[in-house]
Design a protein around this ligand. Structure first.
Ligand code: ZN
Ligand code: MN
Length: 446
C-alpha cells in the first residue's frame, strides 16, 4: 500500500502598520527599547477598555487577498476567540470566525495550484519569556516567566490554505512565494527568526487513489523556517506511513518540531474549533466596504514578482533564471531595472551587464549610481585602440615564432587559432577586440 500526502498550511504574519490593531500604541515589537513600553489599557487587556479597529491593517489584508486572487467579503466582522493563556490576559483573542475579509484565492507552484481558503485579520498575543531570576532576593535563581505586552494586539494576518499540498517541497515553495508577495506589497517584513512570520502545517496521509480526506490530521506548530517546515512534513510522512502500515490511525494531535533532532514531538491532543466559543465582538462594529473601495485598493497592488520576471525577460531579453534572480526582492529588482534602462539607451546588452554584475566581474554596491556602474562596465569591456601597423607587426612576429601552429592550422586544425590570438594579445600588451584580432590573423594566414 502506498500513501500520498494531504497537507494544508496556516501562516501568521505580523502586519507593518504604524499603530497596533485595536489601539493607538506603536506597532514595533522588535524595535522597542524595553519591554512593556508600547502599551495601554486596550492592549494590556484591562476590563472595560474599548478597542478601535485599525483601518490600514484591514486595507492591507484586502490588498493581500486581491494579490492572491481572493474574493473579498464586503461585509465582515470581528469575533472573540475565547481561550485562556498567560500571554492573553483578557481571555479572548479578537479574530474573525465565519466572515473573513478574503476567501477563495490561490498561489501557483511548480507542483500545481494551492488553494487559499481564507485570509483573516486578528491580534497577536503578548510574548512570554522564561527566565532564571532571583525573585525573592535570597541569592538563588528562581524560575520565572515574564510577559512583554509590546507585541500584544499587533495586527496579525492569517492565511489558510486548502489541503492541496502534495509534497514537503511544494509546502516550502508555497511559503516562499507567499512571503515574497507580502514583502513586495510591503505588508509584512516576515522576519521568521524573530517570529514575524510563523508556520503551521496540517499533515495527514491518504491511500493512493483515495478521493476523500483522511479521518485524522496532525498539526505541526511553531515552525520558524521553510527548511524546518519541509523537514517536519517529511518526518511526519515517514512517521505516519509506519503507523498506517501497521493498520493503525495516527492520533489527532498538535506536534512541535525540534530542529536539533529533526523530529516532531507530541505536544497535546487537538481541541475542537467549537471549544473556542466564538461570538461576534460586541465592542467592534461590523466592517463594510463598497466594491469601489475594493477596486481602489486593487489599483495600488503594483507589479507582483511573477509578472515582473516575465516583463524582465521580454523587455530586457534576460534568460528566465537571471530574471527570477533579479526579481526575488523588490528593492533590488528596481535597482537592476534602472541599470538595464540605462544600458538599453547605451545599446549595451542587458544580459551581458547583468551577468557581469551577478558574477562579480565588475564590483558594485546597491549604493552606487547607475552612471558609475555603466561606466565601470564600459571600461571593463571596451578594447583599447590598437594601430594597424602595431597589430600587423605583432601578428607577423607571432606567426613566424609559431610555425608548427601555423602548419596545424593549415592542416585543418582551426581550433589552434585561439592559441595564436592569445599570443598576439600578449605581444600587444593591450586589450584588443578579440574578433578583430582573429579576423586579421586569418587574413595573415592566407
Ligand atoms: Zn495599546
Ligand atoms: Mn490565528
Amino acid at each position: 500500500m502506498s500513501y500520498k500526502l494531504v497537507c494544508g498550511l496556516e501562516i501568521h504574519a505580523e502586519v507593518k502598520t504604524a499603530s497596533k490593531m485595536f489601539c493607538s500604541c506603536k506597532n514595533d515589537p522588535f524595535g522597542a527599547s524595553e519591554p512593556n513600553i508600547n502599551t495601554c489599557p486596550v492592549c494590556l487587556g484591562m476590563p472595560g477598555a474599548l478597542p478601535v479597529a485599525n483601518r490600514k491593517a484591514i486595507e492591507l489584508t484586502i490588498k493581500l487577498g486581491l494579490a492572491l486572487n481572493c474574493k473579498i467579503n464586503l461585509f465582515s466582522k470581528f469575533d472573540r476567540k475565547n481561550y485562556f493563556y498567560p500571554d492573553l490576559p483578557k481571555g479572548y483573542q479578537i479574530s474573525q470566525y465565519d466572515i473573513p475579509f478574503c476567501y477563495g484565492g490561490y498561489i501557483e507552484t511548480s507542483e500545481g495550484r494551492v488553494g487559499i481558503t481564507r485570509i483573516h485579520l486578528e491580534e497577536d498575543t503578548a510574548k512570554l519569556s522564561h527566565q532564571d531570576i532571583d525573585l525573592d532576593g535570597d541569592g538563588e535563581l528562581d524560575k520565572a516567566t515574564l510577559i512583554d505586552f509590546n507585541r500584544s494586539s499587533v495586527p496579525l494576518i492569517e492565511i489558510v490554505t486548502e489541503p492541496d499540498i502534495i509534497s514537503a517541497k511544494q509546502a516550502k515553495e508555497y511559503g516562499q512565494k507567499l512571503r515574497q508577495i507580502m514583502r513586495y506589497l510591503d505588508i509584512a517584513d516576515c522576519d521568521m527568526e524573530k517570529g514575524g512570520m510563523r508556520l503551521e502545517a496540517n499533515i495527514s496521509l491518504a491511500k493512493d487513489g483515495q478521493a476523500e480526506l483522511p479521518n485524522y490530521k496532525v498539526e505541526c506548530k511553531n515552525i520558524n523556517s521553510f527548511r524546518f517546515l519541509e523537514a517536519a512534513i517529511q518526518y511526519e510522512v515517514d512517521r505516519q506511513t509506519k503507523i498506517l502500515e501497521n493498520g493503525e490511525t495516527p492520533i489527532q494531535e498538535t506536534r512541535g518540531y525540534n530542529p536539533e533532532t529533526s523530529k516532531t514531538f507530541s505536544q497535546r491532543t487537538k481541541e475542537d474549533a467549537a471549544d473556542y466559543r466564538y461570538f461576534p465582538d460586541p465592542d467592534l462594529p461590523p466592517v463594510e466596504f463598497t466594491a469601489e473601495q475594493v477596486e481602489a485598493i486593487r489599483a495600488q497592488i503594483g507589479e507582483l514578482p511573477e509578472a515582473k520576471t516575465k516583463r524582465f525577460m521580454a523587455d530586457y531579453k534576460l534568460n528566465e533564471k537571471v530574471a527570477i534572480d533579479l526579481t526575488k526582492n523588490k528593492t533590488e529588482s528596481d535597482f537592476y531595472e534602472k541599470i538595464m534602462l540605462a544600458a538599453t539607451k547605451e545599446k549595451i546588452d542587458c544580459q551581458k551587464i547583468i551577468n557581469a554584475l551577478l558574477n562579480k566581474k565588475i564590483a558594485f554596491s546597491f549604493a552606487d549610481s547607475v552612471e558609475q556602474i555603466i561606466a565601470n562596465f564600459k571600461e571593463a569591456n571596451t578594447s583599447e585602440n590598437v594601430g594597424d601597423g602595431e597589430l600587423q607587426n605583432a601578428i607577423n612576429k607571432v606567426l613566424s615564432a609559431n610555425q608548427d601552429a601555423v602548419e596545424k592550422y593549415k592542416a585543418g586544425k582551426t581550433a589552434i587559432i585561439g592559441f595564436l590570438i592569445g599570443q598576439v594579445m600578449r605581444e600587444l600588451g593591450k586589450k584588443a577586440d578579440v574578433n578583430f584580432v582573429k579576423e586579421k590573423i586569418i587574413i595573415a594566414l592566407g
